[in-house]
Design a protein around this ligand. Structure first.
Ligand code: ZN
Length: 293
């Protein structure tokens, strides 16, 4: 039996290509070279255990992934929005942000033939003003909050007026915020949810962090990107790409598929049930004491 007291894991992917990454922005990238094959490699890993996932899709990638997105939506996965072209919401005037939200939502809904309920901001760059815009645009959940303020790109998302529905889950009426997982180590918060960390940290370190995180929490969220799962070679980096950026992009890519399988096994062994944000929201709505009919 499922209940909101169970331990849940949500595996998610932000569906964007390598050249959408913040550190390649504005650079002359070869956009003909795609690493979106990583989406299929990710689906291979999920199908091993028949797991659902939440996908946050960029509007400007939706047309070329049309039939794939339909299959995902029909197959019980969430197809949600990651904005249009990966511009950071905090860089946009709220009105412009709203236009982008509506444009992406309409695009995804016309492809899926069903409502697009969720949003995740590029680079987790969201503040309260813009979160309210997400709600006003008709979305029912957001997953842009991360307890990791040392990263300069991550905004600080104020949730006053929300109630904590369960670990990492906040609600205000029928709108939900799912906080991306991080683990306190000393005074630092390590974002153990990130694909980049899964890639770069040795599995033994990830496992050590999870060993501390899992007993204290009932929600674990992972987010990955197609380029991390791609089997294709590294792209030709745009001119002037610093050595550190190249390293950061490429490190651990070959091993991440294996680590994802290990992570899935580890979560399952620790009693985590795999779900999507949409299902988790429904579960909470069904068990709300103040539920009105
Ligand atoms: Zn992104």
């Amino acid at each position: 039996m499922q209940s909101s007291a169970m331990k849940h894991a949500v595996l998610s992917m932000d569906v964007e290509d390598w050249y959408h990454l913040e550190y390649f922005r504005g650079k002359a990238c070869d956009r003909e070279y795609s690493m979106l094959d990583g989406l299929d490699r990710y689906l291979d890993a999920l199908s091993r255990r028949n797991l659902p996932s939440s996908f946050f899709v960029l509007g400007d990638q939706a047309q070329k992934l049309k039939s794939r997105l339909r299959d995902l939506a029909d197959g019980g996965h969430d197809v949600a929005s990651h904005g249009w072209g990966h511009r950071r919401p905090l860089e946009m005037e709220p009105e412009v942000f709203t236009e982008e939200l509506l444009r992406c939502r309409a695009e995804l809904e016309s492809i899926m033939g069903k409502p697009c309920l969720g949003f995740r901001a590029p680079c987790f760059s969201l503040d309260r003003t813009r979160l309210d815009r997400v709600r006003e645009a008709g979305f029912k959940y957001d997953s842009s909050r991360i307890g990791f303020s040392e990263h300069p790109l991550y905004g600080d998302l104020d949730l006053s007026g929300f109630r904590q529905a369960s670990d990492g889950v906040y609600s205000d009426d029928d709108f939900y915020e799912f906080e991306v997982s991080s683990q306190a180590v000393g005074k630092k918060q390590i974002p153990i949810s990130g694909g980049g960390y899964l890639r770069i940290f040795p599995w033994a370190l990830t496992k050590a962090l999870l060993r501390r995180y899992l007993p204290e929490h009932s929600l674990y969220i992972l987010y990955l990107h197609p380029f991390e799962m791609s089997e294709r070679a590294n792209p030709v980096y745009p001119q002037g790409t610093p050595a550190l950026t190249r390293l950061r992009f490429a490190t651990g890519r070959a091993g991440v598929r294996d680590k994802l399988n290990r992570l899935i096994d580890y979560l399952a062994e620790h009693g985590y049930a795999f779900t999507t944000f949409e299902r988790l929201r429904n579960l909470h709505m069904d068990s709300r004491p103040e539920k009105t009919l």
